[in-house]
Design a protein around this ligand. Sequence first.
Ligand code: KET
Length: 450
Amino acid sequence: MHRGNDSHSSPSPADRRLSALVRHLQGSPLDAADPCLAAAPTSAAQISVFDHVVRAPEDPILGVTVAYNKDPSPNKLNLGVGAYRTEEGKPLVLNVVRKAEQMLVNDRSRVKEYLPIVGLADFNKLSAKLILGTDSPAIQDNRVTTVQCLSGTGSLRVGAEFLARHYHQHTIYIPQPTWGNHVKIFGLAGLAVKTYHYYDPATRGLNFKGLLEDLGSAPSGAIVLLHACAHNPTGVDPTAQEWEQIRKLMRSKALLPFFDSAYQGFASGNLDADAQSIRMFVRDGGECLVAQSYAKNMGLYGERVGALSMVCRSADVASRVESQLKLVIRPMYSSPPIHGASIVATILKDRAMFQEWEVELKAMADRIISMRKQLFDALRSRGTPGDWSHIIKQIGMFTFTGLNSAQVAFMTKEYHIYLTSDGRISMAGLSSRTVPHLADAIHAAVTKVA
Ligand code: KET
């Protein structure tokens, strides 16, 4: 093919400009004095200094909602993120929350000044009582310091940063499997993340032996992340007796408990019952950390309201710890937001409102439990191969189905049902109307996809 006369002549200014830009894209700095670039300043300016940034994958949990939102199917169902839905499939704002918000709006004395670094004092006191118990000796002895943080995630992150700065052991053991964000939260705070056995896929229950062996061989002083109740994603919790054995072992090796309490009240429907694991550890006089979230149990997801409590040996240590927590928080986000914490404090300090909350919380927990029963019955009536009794045995918001990622992908493609690729189903996203659709999808996945 004829390419013209200039195919072997020296490169044109445009070509030279292009190759300078290509070299730049490959990492060489641009030479501002290069005449070929000076001839075309607009071309150089069109290359972003962020051009090397590669596209990151979506979050394994929150990305499920992104994919769901893009699906035009009228039958689509989002069982990915752990967020409560009503029987009508709608998000729920609790009545008692609406009432508290109305009271706050009507109160003209309220202002929008910055909160202190540690947050709203009332909220902190009431949160500690909620999780540790109103009569907790640790609270009475002033051995607990509580700081308001950005929901459960922020509480974990602040606790992790504190430990990385001030605790002698930088290894944290997290259960295998666990909520996916744990690895990143603790890793980014500078802790070395290791896992301990937790779940036994064969029994779909607790691998208690593996757990004890792993914690038994952890180095003295290591931090151990424990789900206070309603373990995510497995829905498998230790029994009271098993907790007691875990406690004894951990105390004997001076392992430091860091509780993640994201589902208080969602497991059993009872706030005190769901805090028993933590209270067991606090009763023995030892130290621990607790990250609390009000996202699920008060439905305050987007308000980002939570708390970090550190139970210490003495009031003096607790007050010094608090002074250092302030140094962690101040450069991170300065001080926490006021609205969600004010809602929580309004509800927790008023007896009648507290009771109203308990009733609404119990209703959410009960609806989830009834979804377990309905899904289990629907699979049994379809004769779906396998033992599905774990659906009714597991606790909390999620069922860890045992479906593999190929089966999950099949359910999404053929049935427009969205769940995390590990086979976790948010039972709170299900309703009597959608159970048959899900049961059909599971039945087809199990019988058609290996
Ligand atoms: N801990 C656990 C165990 C947990 O499941 C979540 C949220 C959090 C902490 C943090 O919640 P926060 O909203 O920061 O208070 N889990 C659900 C939502 C998410 O992934 O962010 C979920 O697993 O679907």
